[in-house]
Design a protein around this ligand. Sequence first.
Ligand SMILES: NC(=O)c1ccc[n+]([C@@H]2O[C@H](COP(=O)([O-])OP(=O)(O)OC[C@H]3O[C@@H](n4cnc5c(N)ncnc54)[C@H](O)[C@@H]3O)[C@@H](O)[C@H]2O)c1
Ligand SMILES: [Zn+2]
Ligand SMILES: [Zn+2]
Length: 361
Amino acid sequence: MGQEVRGVVAKEKGAAVTLETIVVPNPGPGEAVIALQACGVCRTDLHYREGGINDDFPFLLGHEAAGIVESVGAGVTDVAPGDFVVLNWRAVCGTCRACRRGRPWYCFSTHNAAQKMTLPDGTALSPALGIGAFADKTLVAAGQCTKVNPKARPEAAGLLGCGVMAGLGAAMFTGQVELGDSVAVFGCGGVGCAAVAGSKLVGAAVIIGVDLNAKKLDLARSFGATHTIDASTTDPVQAIRSLTGGNGADVCIEAVGDPKVMEQAFLARDLAGTLVQVGVPTPDMKIELPMIELFGRGGALKSSWYGDCLPERDFPMLTGLYLQGRLPLEKFVSETIELDGVEESFGKMQRGEVLRSVVKI
Ligand SMILES: NC(=O)c1ccc[n+]([C@@H]2O[C@H](COP(=O)([O-])OP(=O)(O)OC[C@H]3O[C@@H](n4cnc5c(N)ncnc54)[C@H](O)[C@@H]3O)[C@@H](O)[C@H]2O)c1
Ligand SMILES: [Zn+2]
Ligand SMILES: [Zn+2]
């Protein structure tokens, strides 16, 4: 039969989100119902509300979450009721071409639960990124649940489910930042600060944070930036060159989603350096690069989806580093809010006032 709980729903394009009664069915084969404890507010939730992802309204928002498994369907063996889990939007299938070639981080046959949650009148809800976690409970595929150490605070651990993982992984996995490297991170929001933290974790010697907002630059320093550049007053390409002995950075990470910043990040690299694109562009954005610069500078241009993470490998490991005090996940939690505070938190995010507002459920 299922159960009626509260959930944050975007009913139509551009309209304020509302707290609604939703119906969460019992788990079918391969599925699990999660009693949610915390869910971070990510820019992608706002993109959904604005119709920027697709038109499958109404959406059940929220996708950066941790909670307790309440019940599981037939055939579920990896998780059991009572387990503390972080939800992921990359439940790798193991059988697609990417998985078979040993590149499961490119798996796109993600095993999400069928869209079975509804409004009380039967209207189907589209869960954001196949998760839908601004709710008391949600239904997901069991593969979307990754068990982590239950000593972790849900508000912190849940952030591994999206933005923080994207930033950490952009540096550690996509950019392959190494001991002694120089790194420049453009945009020091939640994703950029995580890229700074990831660069520090793997031993980068120089970590340069670039932003337009002085508060974000302070935050970047608190996560391990050795230098910061205010791009509203200083040309970041020149400044990065002078901070790296005239060379440019080994790895430049674009964490804004802006063509001008992308060009700056391209030009601020050392010879054979790597440019990692994490910021999500809109379909109309274009960059213009002289071909001779692409040829002459060598190196690599890579985009990073979800930090090239593998949840089963990375979430438990990163939760462990957090519990050892080596990964400051708590610092990303700018504030905790209630389920009915999600709409207001979008404004705070747009005004650059928070790294993450986290709904405590
Ligand atoms: N690739 C992925 O898997 C993935 C996952 C999550 C989020 N994202 C994307 O990453 C990007 C960053 O997300 P976020 O949550 O950190 O957003 P955010 O808004 O918190 O941070 C963006 C930062 O960029 C700064 N900025 C804006 N213009 C700038 C400029 N010209 N130069 C330097 N800094 C500038 C802002 O001041 C802000 O601090 C977004 O585009 C988001 O959609 C990507
Ligand atoms: Zn696959
Ligand atoms: Zn997200």
